[in-house]
Write a protein that binds this ligand. Structure first.
Ligand SMILES: Nc1nc2c([nH]c(=O)n2[C@@H]2O[C@H](COP(=O)(O)OP(=O)(O)OP(=O)(O)O)[C@@H](O)[C@H]2O)c(=O)[nH]1
Ligand SMILES: [Mg+2]
Length: 145
């Protein structure tokens, strides 16, 4: 029962925001992290590439689009393996974020939106400050890679 925290009771009333994200894994088992640029919420924190699922999009469609927009790479829905998800309450919304793993894409990731990029070994990810929602995901990636 060591998960029991009476202060963690789920509360209704916040909008649920669906965001898709991906761990791009290279041949050395490193994962691509992107630093959120100035002016965005959570600026300066490192995150998995991705973004909001727009009206009418499937999660895979949205992720392929985000990877094209943010990094200039192409991948296919068939290269996106569902891995785990984050469910985390922020101040004004509740984040629901499926995390995919992708090892196959075309092109070299480039920072097209002014973000910094870093290839991080799962064991080194502790050195990259990440949003609170991402912490459990990092632990699961360590087990996978
Ligand atoms: N992409 C991404 N978003 C995350 C992660 N962790 C996390 O809490 N988020 C939150 O998910 C929300 C949406 O992400 P986003 O700002 O990248 O959305 P977006 O690419 O569509 O940007 P835009 O709305 O400026 O077009 C943000 O509130 C962000 O803080 C993560 O690892 N990756
Ligand atoms: Mg984004």
């Amino acid at each position: 029962m060591n998960c029991f925290d009476p202060n963690s009771t789920p509360e209704p009333g916040k909008p649920v925001l669906l965001v898709v994200a991906v761990a791009l894994v290279d041949v050395d088992g490193r994962v691509l992290l992107a630093q959120r640029p100035e002016g965005k919420s959570l600026a300066g924190l490192w995150e998995f590439p991705g973004g909001k699922v727009h009206e009418g999009e499937s999660p895979e469609y949205a992720l392929v689009r985000e990877l094209r927009e943010e990094l200039g790479i192409e991948t296919a829905g068939s290269c996106l393996a569902p891995f785990t998800f984050a469910s985390h309450s922020y101040e004004s919304f509740h984040l629901l974020m499926p995390l995919y793993v992708c090892r196959v894409w075309e092109g070299t990731p480039r920072p097209l939106e002014g973000q910094k990029l870093a290839w991080a070994r799962p064991n080194d990810m502790g050195q990259y400050p990440m949003p609170p929602a991402d912490k459990p995901l990092v632990a699961m990636l360590r087990d996978l890679l």
